[in-house]
Write a protein that binds this ligand. Structure first.
Ligand code: ADP
Ligand code: ADP
Ligand code: ZN
Length: 216
């Protein structure tokens, strides 16, 4: 199964991707996570991407296309993968098409998570993750069962992203509408698009996605 998750920052892509990973056993390929890893490691790509990411703008197409193209050749992607946060531009979408074609692979579905703009600033500014295992949480919407302890791995260390503040959300949302939202029409025209209501609670969104995937 090869999936793409589409939606604005804070829509719930990462949250749902983690659940699809558990249920279907295919890896989550988040270009945001891969770029943040490159920034932490201080690689050339990381150095070029850091300021752009901090400002809430999009990293250049060639960089992210190269990262994904290399990643999907890894053995753990043989049974499929979830692209989370990629493609984000029409150039990236065409490149994805070409990449899959060259490998003789087909795209299963593109899941669009729809949300109202008003909730996104709260979702993004309340977001944090486990520093050890990457499990995602939210200050009010999704708290660990025991305060300060990760449900999944028991770690007590958490982190927040430098770009998860109300100021960058505006820039990121503009980038989404300008560059990424055209992909909704692009995949609709290819007969690949399915949309879910991302305003529903997290478990409900998961079950809506599972229904779509079972019939895919
Ligand atoms: P994205 O990957 O699309 O940017 P995330 O999955 O990281 O978004 O979700 C952003 C924040 O909102 C996280 O803190 C997450 O816990 C929370 N969240 C995700 N889905 C929902 C939902 N359906 N209702 C309320 N909060 C949600
Ligand atoms: P969110 O889940 O909040 O939308 P991501 O973690 O996916 O955020 O992305 C964080 C930042 O990384 C983006 O604002 C952008 O600078 C960069 N980025 C991630 N994926 C891409 C991509 N496919 N194309 C260009 N830039 C990207
Ligand atoms: Zn953890």
């Amino acid at each position: 199964m090869r999936l793409i998750l589409l939606g604005p920052p804070g829509a719930g892509k990462g949250t749902q991707a983690q659940r699809i990973v558990e249920k279907f056993g295919i890896p989550q390929l988040s270009t945001g996570d891969m770029l943040r890893a490159a920034v932490s490691a201080g690689t050339d790509v990381g150095k070029r991407a850091k300021a752009v990411m901090d400002a809430g703008k999009l990293v250049s197409d060639d960089i992210v296309i190269a990262i994904v193209s290399e990643r999907i050749d890894q053995p753990d992607c043989a049974k499929g993968f979830i692209l989370d946060g990629f493609p984000r531009t029409l150039v990236q979408a065409d490149a994805t098409d070409a990449m899959l074609k060259a490998k003789g692979l087909d795209l299963s579905k593109v899941l669009e998570i729809k949300v109202n703009d008003e909730v996104l600033a709260d979702r993004v500014s309340g977001r944090y993750t486990c520093a050890n295992c990457g499990a995602g949480y939210h200050d009010t919407n999704l708290r660990p069962r025991q305060e300060g302890v990760c449900d999944r791995c028991g770690s007590t260390h958490f982190k927040r992203r430098p770009d998860d503040n109300r100021e960058t959300v505006v820039t990121r949302l503009q980038a989404y509408y300008k560059e990424t939202s055209p992909l909704i029409g692009y995949y609709h025209a290819k007969g690949k698009l399915a949309s879910v209501d991302g305003m529903a609670d997290i478990d409900r969104v998961t079950s809506d996605i599972e229904k779509i995937l079972e019939s895919a």
